[in-house]
Design a binder for this molecule. Structure first.
Ligand SMILES: Nc1ncnc2c1ncn2[C@@H]1O[C@H](COP(=O)(O)OP(=O)(O)OP(=O)(O)O)[C@@H](O)[C@H]1O
Ligand SMILES: Nc1ccn([C@@H]2O[C@H](COP(=O)(O)O)[C@@H](O)[C@H]2O)c(=O)n1
Length: 416
């Protein structure tokens, strides 16, 4: 097969979270290239493999990616290191997948991968096999599996280092694939799930009963945001009592029973679920704010910040830059008067998490296992615009934090 780049087209680039959470990028070359080899992913005498699927906001592809992720955590791949891989390029639509490093390099892993792919039914992803050449260079062989156990070599090309792109490769696809800026965008994703998630129909029925473009009443609407265990529940309850307000939370009670179902789904589906929850809460806020002040525990900023931090691998610096469109509030979602972002030190937050003793969700476990994740969530919160999040140091005592919050509400919304 002609080597990549032979046609003069820019070949695909690949990005993987390397050592120290750096984004390490590599591409394919038509032949000998003066560019340095990327930091080697092929542990000698081991081998590496890659699998990628289109990252477009497609429910079937999102579920296929999730299925691959779950299978690569099982049995035959136990000795392998599996890294998140992105395939991108001027001529290539974003693909997301996995780089599978097998330090032993025996035939078992390749056989197990072929078996995994053949079990997926028609049109399985292509299998990339990376192996070191005699002079220590790195080659990628791209295989298409064919019927009756056959396979066809589509491409063999040198692997060489590539410059890191100015924007993290996942940034352009964030909207619609993880951060929803309209009811319709989120709704269309959940609608594609009704055939395999029965609860999806119930969620759609509830959101369809809500008025479109809910309008805020004359009373102020205050949202309390923050990482897990920063004190949102404590603050919202105290503010609610102090202001004789109405306390709401996102996701709303009417769909909270289905959270576990959707939390087990890929990001695209999970975030669409929480996005629809925000639109349902908006209709509750619209009604409540005609009668009293409203305090909300989490809203759109949570949905967006957690989605961004989940999709953008590596360091905080990889986040979309400030003022990027992904941080803009959806035009069709009821906007609060004030959003307060509770912040505490990582140490204090872990103390409060442990002090709570509640079961952790997979996300909370990830939060603690990877300190970069909460940093990316919090930085995403801080970049939100229109409305922005106003930071509140929530480390002091409950009483002092409440005083600060009530002062900011009075300052911003007037006496209530
Ligand atoms: N100012 C404070 N000082 C010390 N402990 C606090 C303070 N505020 C809350 N806590 C305690 O920290 C823990 C987490 O608080 P809370 O449940 O209100 O956080 P949260 O942000 O709502 O968490 P999550 O988002 O995970 O539900 C609780 O045990 C709570 O009693
Ligand atoms: N509007 C929201 C609210 C929540 N989430 C996601 O749920 C996680 C847990 O929320 P809790 O309030 O139960 O701690 C949160 O970390 C988000 O991932 C959301 O996306 N949007």
């Amino acid at each position: 097969a002609p080597p990549a780049g032979a046609s003069g087209q820019a070949g695909p680039c690949f990005a993987v979270e390397g050592p120290g959470s750096d984004l390490v990028c590599f591409t394919l070359s038509a032949g000998a290239s003066g560019r340095p080899e990327p930091r080697c992913f092929v542990p000698a005498p081991g081998r590496c493999y890659s699998l990628c699927v289109p990252a477009a906001s497609s429910v079937p592809m999102a579920r296929l990616h999730r299925r691959l992720q779950q299978r690569l955590r099982q049995g035959p791949f136990g000795r392998c290191r599996v890294l998140g891989l992105l395939c991108y390029g001027a001529q290539a639509a974003l693909e997301k997948g996995f780089l599978i490093q097998d330090p032993q390099g025996g035939p078992e892993t390749e056989r197990a991968l072929e078996e995994l792919l053949r079990g997926l039914g028609e049109l399985p992803p292509l299998l990339g096999v990376y192996e070191a050449g005699e002079r220590g260079e790195l080659w990628q062989c791209l295989w298409a599996l064919r019927g009756a156990g056959g396979r066809e070599l589509l491409r063999r090309a040198r692997v060489v280092a590539a410059e890191e792109p100015p924007l993290h490769p996942a940034v352009p696809g964030l909207s619609h694939a993880a951060v929803f800026h309209s009811l319709e965008a989120a709704r269309s994703v959940v609608e594609q799930c009704t055939s395999f998630i029965p609860e999806a129909t119930a969620v759609l029925d509830l959101v369809d009963k809500c008025p479109k473009q809910s309008k805020k009443g004359e009373f102020p609407v205050i949202v309390i945001e923050g990482l897990d265990a920063t004190g949102k529940t404590t603050v919202t309850q105290s503010v609610n009592d102090s202001l004789n307000a109405l306390l709401l939370r996102s996701p709303p009670a009417c769909i909270s029973q289905w959270r576990k179902t959707f939390d087990d789904e890929p990001t695209l589906i999970r975030r669409a679920f929480y996005a629809l929850g925000n639109y349902i809460v908006a209709s509750e806020i619209a009604k409540a704010s005609t009668e009293s002040p409203v305090v909300v525990d989490r809203y759109w900023h949570s949905t967006a910040a957690y989605a961004i931090a989940t999709e953008i691998s590596g360091k905080v610096q990889n986040l979309p830059p400030a003022h990027h469109e992904v941080y803009q509030w959806p035009e069709d979602l009821l906007k609060p008067d004030l959003v307060l972002l509770l912040t505490v030190s990582p140490e204090e937050r872990i103390r409060r998490l442990q002090g709570r003793g509640l079961e952790k969700t997979e996300e909370e476990t990830e939060l603690e296992a990877n300190s970069l994740f909460p940093q990316k969530v919090e930085e995403s919160y801080k970049r939100m615009e229109n409305p922005r999040c106003q930071e509140v140091d929530a480390s002091p005592s409950r009483e002092e934090v409440l005083r600060t919050v009530l002062y900011l509400i009075k300052k911003h919304c007037g006496s209530l």
